[in-house]
Design a protein around this ligand. Structure first.
Ligand code: SR1
Ligand code: MG
Length: 433
């Protein structure tokens, strides 16, 4: 059963939220008036935490996020360490100098109540909701690409002395409860029969095919080992369309509680995966046929702009950096031939991220369709058969990405493949390989 968190921890009610904020002068100034004038709204929406928005007469507001001692959507039967909030706050602080304006500002962290007080994002909406509604957030792909490029470079051995990298590994390497969730729900469960999986009847054949495909499971094992062993850069760890809030002009990456030092391609692939799944789900969302076709083209464009912006920005940040990382000593490459070789090394480094990203894209797609934590993009489609047919297309693409990565040498190849797999159907033996 549930181990109670230590010390004075209690699950906050609305009035606890007010009392907590009343003790923070910076927040009092932001909200204005006195605590009895403040309004609290419970807006919890994700799988794990309590979230409140608080507004005051000065017009300002804050977001209050508390780690619950259990998985919010499952209840007390699934205990979960509240320390995850400590890692989320540490992640926000670690990246703040590099991603200003692309993440919410951290106002305060209380390590006894496991409560983060941060900037209230308004009128932002969760990107996933926008994708389902057919709204356009043109700048989001570039903004998230910039965020990932900055994080990926500045927390890697390219930019920091190994002692600094080791400190990140030591800190975020203790974020164990959420890594257990990732290892189980992302890398393990979808390939075995386990109570947490949610496989609808029309997808049973696909689930069985994935579980019994040794070549595919070998590719998954390779990616899982790389996730556990390749300490390349500080990852967000759960970078999907539900972890991004956007307006047409402004984009913020939220929810870094799964922070972990791992392969950069994990975040890149996860973000692309959720655009890919939005593309597969789109035909059964509301809208006229022409509008849906146009929106799918726009999503394909978003995928390309995200990857190409990430690639360009990562290379530029690296080229322009005079950072003293221990990964590549500039003294070894100071003449003209050395400079040319460094440029080749940079390009090879980014290509390796792309290859990793395609693998993680596939794994994230599979876990969202036959695993525990499924996504609204598909779940809003009430007709289970219709939904399963669309999901089967995404599963067929994921299988090909894992088993035939050589067929996807660049982002154009990935985008061109989407329509080829959408008609894959419910029989995995007859689907394109
Ligand atoms: C218990 S549900 C866990 C999932 O929710 C989060 O959003 C992550 O995606 C995680 O895998
Ligand atoms: Mg989250």
């Amino acid at each position: 059963m549930l181990d109670r968190p230590p010390g004075p921890y209690r699950v906050f009610s609305d009035s606890d939220v007010i009392d907590h904020l009343a003790g923070l002068q910076r927040v009092r100034d932001l909200l204005g008036g006195s605590p009895q004038d403040w309004r609290v709204r419970d807006v919890a929406d994700g799988n794990l935490n309590a979230v409140f928005l608080v507004g005051g007469p000065a017009g300002g507001g804050v977001c209050v996020k508390q780690a619950l001692p259990y998985v919010r959507v499952a209840g007390e039967s699934w205990p979960l360490d509240v320390n995850r909030a400590t890692y989320e706050a540490a992640y926000l602080s670690r990246l703040a100098p590099h991603v200003r304006g692309l993440a919410p500002e951290l106002h305060h962290y209380d390590p006894r109540q496991f409560v983060i007080v941060m900037e209230k994002l308004e009128p932002h909406i969760i990107l996933r909701k926008g994708l389902i509604a057919g709204e356009r957030f043109l700048k989001a792909p570039e903004h998230v690409a910039e965020y990932v490029a900055q994080a990926a470079f500045h927390t890697s051995d390219l930019a920091v002395p190994f002692e600094r990298k080791a400190a990140d590994v030591a800190l975020f390497g203790q974020n164990l409860a959420l890594q257990r969730i990732t290892v189980d729900l992302v890398f393990t469960d979808p390939y075995v029969e386990v109570w947490r999986n949610k496989v609808v009847a029309p997808l049973q054949a696909w689930a069985h095919a994935l579980r019994s495909d040794i070549a595919l499971k070998s590719a998954v094992a390779d990616l899982r080992l790389r996730y556990l062993t390749q300490a390349q850069s500080l990852l967000h760890g759960d970078l999907h369309s539900g972890s991004v809030m956007a307006t047409p002009d402004d984009t913020r990456v939220i929810d870094g509680e799964f922070a972990w030092v791992g392969p950069t391609g994990f975040d890149v692939g996860n973000f692309i995966a959720h655009y890919v799944m939005a593309w597969f789900a789109k035909p059964s969302h509301a809208g006229k046929r022409d509008a849906i076709a146009a929106y799918r083209d726009a999503i394909a464009g978003d995928i390309a702009r995200f990857w190409l912006t990430f690639r360009r920005r990562f290379l530029d940040i690296w080229r322009q950096s005079d950072a003293a990382g221990d990964g590549l000593p500039s003294a070894h490459f100071s003449d003209a031939a050395g400079q040319a070789r460094v440029e080749a090394i940079r390009r090879a480094y980014v290509e390796a991220i792309f290859r990793d990203a395609l693998g993680y894209l596939a794994i994230k797609t599979i876990r969202r369709i036959i695993g525990y934590a499924q996504i609204a993009d598909f779940l809003v489609i009430e007709d289970v058969n219709r939904r399963a047919v669309l999901q089967a297309g995404a599963l067929a693409l994921a299988r090909a990405l894992l088993k035939r990565p050589q067929d996807f040498p660049d982002i154009a190849a990935l985008i061109a493949a989407l329509p080829r797999y959408e008609g894959a159907g419910l029989d995995p033996k007859r689907a394109p390989q």
